[in-house]
Unconditional design. Sequence first.
Length: 582
Amino acid sequence: MDSYVTSTIARLRLLGSDDSRVEVKSAAKGLPKSTWETVSAFANTEGGMLIFGIDEEQGFSPSATFDPEAIVNQIEAGLRAGADAKVTPPPPHDIQTAVFEDSPVVTLEVASLREDIGAQLPCFVTKRGIKDGSYKRVHDQDKRLSPYEIYSLQNLHLPTDTDSQAVPDTSLADLAEEQVQAVLRTLRSQGSRALDGIADGDMAAALQRINILTSAGDCTLAGFLSLSRYPQQRFPQLTVDVASYPTTRKSAEAGVRTLDRRTCDGPLPLMIEDAVHAVARNLKHKRRIVGAESEDVLEIPLEVLREAITNAVTHRDYSPLATGQQVAVDIYPDRVEVINPGGLRGTRTIANIDEGRSDSRNPNLAKLLTHVPSASNAGPVCENLGSGVPRMMNAMREHGLPTPDYTHSTLENVHVVLHRFGLLDPEINSWLASLPNSPQDEGLRKCLALTKRDGSISVPQLRQQLGLDSDVARDMLSQLVADNLLIGRGDGPFTLAAPSQTLASSGLRWAVLNALSKREARTIHEVAQETGKSPGTLRPVLRALVAAGLVQATAPPSSRNRAYLLASENTSTLGATDQIDA
């Protein structure tokens, strides 16, 4: 544990802040009350570790006065099940002591409750109740859950029937007859027994059997969205919004507009097909060599676009809390992002999304769409076999592209990023060549490229992104640590060993750089107001940025007039896609 704490603190010092999986607390005056907010946040998201006895405001140094025995006793008492528990329910946890720079520290590892089917969610600070005491981890902060996020966690593992609910004042007459007949023909041709015992002419009975109509004759939500002529007459926001942007980030600046925009509506099969074509017309084609021949293909395979958009439409949240939200497809010069309301459901997590599990939020809709013809008549809209994400990953790898990235998904939405270019582009290759001990092995180079792009890397990410066996991924990471190119331990996360090596500064360093200007010097207090961080938290970050040559100080450290400027000659270190507006 001592070595793990040492490598973790080294990583946090480089970042200049805590991160999404680690929180340090000084605890010089006893166990901080905020401990229980962090425990709640870790339990409700991906889990994490608290390290007590480390002072962030002093550059992640050991606390001057720290009583590890007292802290352990207070943690154990607070996590003991019963009326006096500080959080409800107490999550699985592990308490250990360690030594860092000749000083004692206490670690508390908190497991996520999200994969525990029997767990009561969300985990909340007992005295504050569910509404005011439930938290999530966002970067280095514990943020209170919204009412929708609380609802999502409470229903994470519960069966839902939203898609089988009646759409009031609708009937068979609201459905497109040719589409209904196509569904019934598909069922019969597949040898399904869904229509056994129903007379050929009894349309209402047939549609009730397959959950397109309710027993009262109303359309179900699944049937209405899939087979009615224009579902948006009743649900105007249930569309797919496709937008293409000229730069790599959305901007609130005046005059910055989209290059192309399309609101895709109609029944789900048409909506999906229109969205796929709207994205495709904003992508470029490239020449691909296949054997002795060549062909023009989209930057992102068409089947990947279709699968990502189909998943978003099929598995989004259709509950009343979310029907005011669209599925968003945003196209940038370097990537396509598909975002749908409703986070990952059941036991599906970012770490295991590539395992091919089928765990649908809308089971009736997902099943119905296996019988509804796609708009191109090239088979059904979806297969509902749980194979969609693995198939997307394989297709992206075959085209030399990074696999779909789900790491930006939250409790509120599933967010998948599809990159338009391969990892080892000329810019990345130039950067790799500049590194000391630059590896020649392609796998190691891709590992570094992913770390540079995303700010960190882990064994699960390498398994998803590169299709590596976990043991092979661990060996690669160990090699890069031994070569002084990465910092980290175990399964990660690992970060680049030098702050100046990152393509896009992560965490607090990026916030500080974004708050500075090349022309107007800003004091630490002005930067604190801009970033929402205390001067004590910012001092080690600014010191690191000055040392890296990314920021210039206007006066010595002891001067009250010390202020900071963005170093204009180093803007390129951030990468072409992350230029700072001075």
